[in-house]
Design a protein around this ligand. Structure first.
Ligand code: ZN
Length: 447
């Protein structure tokens, strides 16, 4: 899902990513535990257990985690500014108009003109953003020790992404521009509809045809752990007969798993970093979470939420395009929304919209992630495994943000929140035989 959206925004509607300026709030004091003391094991205290997990991170590790994640807030702003700068360059120098003129000289077919312009546009904008892309996604990832790639390997992946973006982006733009020209007054609605269909299409083909371009997916070898995962799947009504794993260590150290695909292509995959760096309890906890996404139909709900946002996005772009065009259209030599030379303006306006949608997008995703967390705790019954996984995720996610900060920027619940909820779950299940057995927080060295 994440890559689907990334491709849509990066390749199709271009550089437009998200955001809002960093709103920093002081760390809020941990909320008082909402749990009543459990009936039997009164010695277990939710806040103490949560703090014990938080204390496993050294102050240096916490500082690094905070710096990495907080830096990401500013990246959202810079991404948007880069997108605007590139649009300004293409329009202000009339380069965009010249690219359109070239396409018009090459063919009389309107759709082919759009395609020729799109190819030029996607290649040019990819090259213009490359320096920033290298810093944000290569240099910075290496500075924080998250990337496992050298520059050539990273550029190789970028080249593949460009190729996929060229094919899918050109197709999408040809269709969207055909719609804009047909429905001059209501194209915002039809354009949104086409984009939503395109997202559904990408979501369906991504796990089968796109993800394997970047990583090798294999069936997880038989093991007691795999048997346990499939047992969990059956118990929760998931028709999975296999679990996939993929070599994410090609690109990074990050532990992760995902559920992807729709309409029969849905699959549960875990990455090799999770396999190699985590205990069976942690893996079970993470897979329980992923199964939550599956059972709760988050892929489909995500599309519905996204559909609402994209309709508003197109409405904003429709309105603001007309406003800007009346003032600058002649100077930039663009002839209305149906003129493909106006694409940089469309992309810039969409980038501005998505920037201000950052808290909305974060909250939509974060809410579904919290639901999957709750499902996963019940399905896997591994609160300590889940808490431990949350500690590991501190490599790339700040553990204890302020409330406003979490609302605006977090697309997953914070580590502190996840540990705290896991400990509440544990406190409420201490009467159960399987939970009592892992009654205490296991010290870090003795896993
Ligand atoms: Zn999730």
């Amino acid at each position: 899902m994440k890559r689907v959206l990334a491709i849509l925004f990066l390749a199709v509607l271009t550089l437009g990513v998200t955001s809002v300026q960093a709103i920093q709030t002081p760390e809020s004091a941990p909320a008082a535990s909402a749990t009543a003391a459990p009936s039997i094991a009164t010695h277990f205290d939710v806040d103490t257990a949560t703090t014990a997990y938080m204390d496993e991170l050294s102050p240096a590790a916490r500082a690094k985690s905070d710096a990495y994640f907080e830096g990401g807030y500013w990246l959202i702003l810079w991404d948007c500014l880069w997108a605007l700068g590139i649009a300004w360059l293409l329009l202000g120098t009339r380069l965009s108009a010249r690219m359109r003129n070239l396409a018009e000289r090459m063919t009389r077919l309107r759709w082919l003109q759009t395609a020729i312009y799109s190819v030029q546009y996607i290649i040019l904008t990819t090259l213009l953003i490359l320096p920033w892309n290298v810093y944000e996604n290569f240099v910075r990832e290496r500075q924080y020790g998250l990337s496992t790639q050298n520059l050539m390997q990273w550029l190789g992946d970028q080249a593949k992404e460009l190729l996929v973006g060229l094919i899918l982006g050109t197709i999408a733009l040809v269709i969207i521009y055909a719609v804009i020209r047909k429905a001059t007054r209501s194209w915002w609605l039809w354009g949104a509809a086409v984009s939503i269909l395109f997202v559904v299409f990408l979501g369906t083909v991504e796990p089968v045809y796109i993800a394997p371009i970047f990583n090798t997916y294999k069936s997880l070898p038989d093991s007691p752990l795999k048997a346990k995962i499939l047992s969990m799947a059956r118990a929760n009504g998931i028709p999975a007969t296999d679990v996939y794993w993929f070599d994410a260590s090609r690109q990074s150290k990050r532990i992760s798993a995902n559920v992807s695909g729709m309409f029969g292509t849905t699959r549960i995959s875990l990455n090799d970093n999770l396999m190699n760096r985590s205990t069976p309890a942690e893996i079970k906890a993470v897979l329980g979470h992923e199964m939550g996404h599956y059972v709760l139909n988050h892929e489909y709900k995500g599309i519905l939420y996204f559909a609402v946002i994209i309709v508003f996005g197109f409405a904003f772009v429709y309105w603001s395009f007309g406003w800007v065009e009346r003032r600058r259209g002649a100077r930039w030599d663009i002839r209305g929304a149906g003129d493909v030379a106006g694409l940089p303006l469309l992309a810039a306006l969409f980038a501005i919209f998505m920037f201000f949608m950052t808290p909305v997008n974060s909250t939509i995703t974060r809410s579904m992630e919290a639901e999957a967390d709750a499902f996963g705790l019940n399905a896997a019954r591994e609160p300590d495994g889940f808490a431990r996984a949350a500690v590991q995720l501190s490599e790339y996610r700040k553990m204890h943000p302020g409330t406003v900060e979490e609302f605006v920027f977090f697309d997953h619940p914070s580590g502190w929140n996840r540990i705290h909820r896991a400990m509440i779950w544990k406190a409420e299940h201490l009467d159960d035989a399987d939970i009592r057995a892992t009654d205490a927080v296991v010290p870090a060295g003795a896993r």
